[in-house]
Structures are given as C-alpha cells and as structure tokens.
Design a binder for this molecule. Structure first.
Ligand code: NAD
Length: 367
C-alpha cells in the first residue's frame, strides 16, 4: 500500500464548497482503495491575502513543493480588485505554476453522453467526444521579452515577443506523444509555420521527436487557425492536440465550449520528472471562483472532483480508480441529476453536496 501526500488549496468563492465534496471522494478512496492519501489544507489567493497579506506564502509554497500533488480550487473576487497587482489572488496561482515549473497544461474536453444536448453543436457532433489539449504553459508570447509599450499619446508602439527554444518544444511534444500512446495513438500538432518563425521551429522539433522516439503514433501537423475551424466542424477527428501557450489558450476554450458547462471541466498542469522520480503536478477546475453563486450551495463540484480523477491517473498511475470515478460521474448524469448550471427539462436539481452524495453513492455501487 502506497501513501501519497496531497496539498488541498481551496481558495476563494466556490473553491471551499467544491473542495469539500472532493475531500469526501478522497476519503472514500482512503476507506475503500488500495492506497492512502494524506491530506493537508492551506490558504491561497484572496483567503491567504486576508490572513497573511500574501496570496501564496513561502510556507504554503514549501508544502506545495513537497507534496506528491496539489489540488487547487479557484481564486479571485471583486473585493480584491484594488489590491496591488503582485498581491492579487491570481498572483498566488501564477506563483504556484512558475515555482513548480508546470510547463504542460492538459485540458480534456469530454462530452458526457447525457449532456450531449447541452452543447452549442449538434449532439451527433459531440456525443462521445474525448479530446486532450496539451498546451505549453511556461513559454511563448505571454513571457517573451521585450514586452512593452513605448511612445506617447496617439503614437504608441506595443510589442509582445513570441520565443520558443528547442528544449521547450521537445519536452511538451513528448508529453503529448506519451499521452497519445495511452489513448488513441494520434497527435495533431497545431502551429503557424506559414507565417511564424516559432511555428517553423515547432514543426521541425515535433517531427524530430516523433521520428526519433514515437514512430508508432500517428502525427498530423495542422495550422492553428484550421485547427480552430475543424474543432467546431468535426471535433471527433481529434484525439491529442499539442500546441503553444497562446494557441492553446484559445483552442482549449473552444474545445471546452463543445462540452457544455464550465462546471464540468477539469485540468492538470504537470512539470518535469525530478531526480527523485516525482513529477510536480497541480490539478484544478478550468472555471474561476464564481462569486455570483458562492455560498449558495449551487456550485457544480464535478470539475473539481474530476480534477482529482486526473490526479489519480497522471500522478499516481491509478487508472482503474480514475475510471471508477469517471464511471460514477457518468452514471449520476445518466440518472438525471443536475446542478443548476447543467439543468435541463425533466431532470432533477441537486445542490453541491447533493451532487457529492450522488457520486459517493455510485462509487459505493461499484465497490
Ligand atoms: P467563473 O469561471 O468564476 O464564472 C463564470 C460563470 O460560470 C459564472 O456565471 C459562474 O457562476 C459559472 N460557474 C463557474 N464555475 C461553476 C461551477 N463549478 N458550477 C456552476 N457554475 C459555475 O469566471 P468569472 O466570473 O469570469 O471570474 C470570477 C473570478 O474568478 C474572477 O476573480 C476571476 O479572476 C477568477 N478566475 C479564477 C480562475 C482560477 O482560479 N483558476 C480562473 C478563471 C477566473
């Protein structure tokens, strides 16, 4: 029996509500599974700012660095709008990503059969959809220098710089190919080699890594604009899409909306494997702190619970348990239970904790 250390950072708004349900699920696996999870809680974001005037303290960061994985809820809220930029709740999230060197962002877009009619696309286009977007998270145009606005009045000049080095493309493409081997063995690499130098290098490095180590995986190079169009035209042609920071930001939001609600979408951010054999990893829902519904018991906890499912799969190689959790969620939705954000005619409304109860009940049925 292995024991894993989890750091839980619930954060602000609905963060504590959805994390509370996730804790119940972790507790269930502690009682019924083969492995044990040691849970530690700490503050992040606005909650940490209120307590320490700092959205990510050194003490919390030390716990995050030592943990086997971090589960993160959400941060932010209007009450911190006037706080200096470096002390805002979001700065806590950015520090975690930066200090843990989480360069690979995995965003699955999965359409549960029971929710196919909630998509903006026709149900037949999205039913059974299961895409994984692998976004490079620590390089590219959001970080490249120079990044500045110069000049005065009506004669200003703004510059952002897109920079990629070989090693950054090499390591993210390996994450994508490795994932593809565990899925449908197919990778689309999206860039703009027709108009961008970084696109030319991106294509060259991905092709080299593929040729050297992943010949068994199908690889397609696709222009990022065409990828956006194809995602809306025929999304099921994709399995794994690997792309840079900027294109990944946009393409993953497009893919997200194919599946219905923000409350359903999980994500993983992974770092390199350390010499101790441990990979730094943080798992979080895609959505924010939803201040409009915080404290009302209306939040959908599925994205947060599913983030723990990704943690089981990617940090601890517990595919069977992750499948068990996924199947419990699928069944709850098939049974017609819905939080307000995914409510449909004829379905039964449940609260945040009601959704937690239902998922636990389905897990019990599978024990
Ligand atoms: P949001 O994702 O918090 O909410 C957008 C809409 O989706 C809201 O109507 C909200 O009620 C709904 N929603 C989101 N998650 C839901 C859930 N689990 N269940 C049911 N409904 C849900 O985005 P926003 O309103 O633009 O931002 C609110 C705050 O969150 C801001 O301070 C923003 O900076 C922050 N934010 C944080 C993160 C993060 O922590 N990773 C991400 C995005 C936004």
């Amino acid at each position: 029996m292995a024991t894993y250390d989890l750091l839980l950072l619930a954060g602000d708004g609905i963060g504590p509500e959805i994390m509370a349900q996730t804790k119940r699920i972790i507790g269930w696996f502690n009682d019924n599974g083969e492995h044990q999870f040691n849970i530690q809680d700490d503050l992040v974001g606005g909650a940490s700012y209120e307590a320490h005037k700092n959205p990510a303290t050194d003490e919390m960061m030390a716990k995050a660095m030592a943990a086997d994985a971090v589960l993160f809820g959400a941060v932010g809220g209007e009450q911190w709008a006037g706080v200096p930029y470096d002390e805002r709740p979001e700065a806590g999230l950015l520090r975690l990503r930066k200090d843990m060197e989480l360069f690979a962002n995995l965003r699955p877009a999965v359409c549960y059969p029971a929710l196919a009619t909630a998509s903006a696309l026709k149900p037949e286009l999205v039913e059974g959809l299961d895409i994984m977007i692998v976004r490079e998270l620590t390089g590219g145009v959001y970080f490249g220098e120079p990044k500045q606005i110069t000049g005065e009045g009506n004669h200003k000049r703004a510059v952002d710089t897109q920079v990629y080095e070989t090693y950054e493309i090499d390591r993210i493409s390996r994450v994508a190919f490795d994932l593809a081997k565990k899925r449908s063995n197919k990778v689309h690499s999206a860039e703009k080699h027709n108009v961008m130098a970084t696109g030319v290098l991106w294509k060259e490095v991905v092709a080299r890594v593929h040729g050297e180590d992943f010949g068994g995986v199908e690889l397609y190079h696709i222009l990022a604009d065409n990828c956006a169009m194809q995602l809306v035209r025929n999304p099921k042609q994709f399995d794994v899409i690997v792309t840079d920071n900027l294109f990944g930001d946009i393409l993953s939001d497009v893919a997200a909306m194919l599946t219905g609600s923000l409350g359903m979408l999980a994500s993983a951010s992974l770092g390199a494997m350390g010499t101790d054999g441990k990979m730094k990893a943080m798992y979080e829902p895609v959505h924010g702190s939803a201040p409009d519904i915080a404290g009302k018991g209306e939040a959908n906890p599925i994205a947060m619970i599913d983030s723990f499912g990704m943690c089981l799969r990617y940090s601890f190689n517990m595919g069977r348990e992750a499948d068990q959790l996924q199947s419990a969620i699928t069944q709850v939705l098939a049974n017609g239970l819905r939080t307000a954000d995914i409510m449909q005619d004829g379905m039964t409304g449940v609260s945040t904790s009601g959704m937690g109860d239902a998922i636990l009940c389905e897990l019990e049925a599978r024990a």
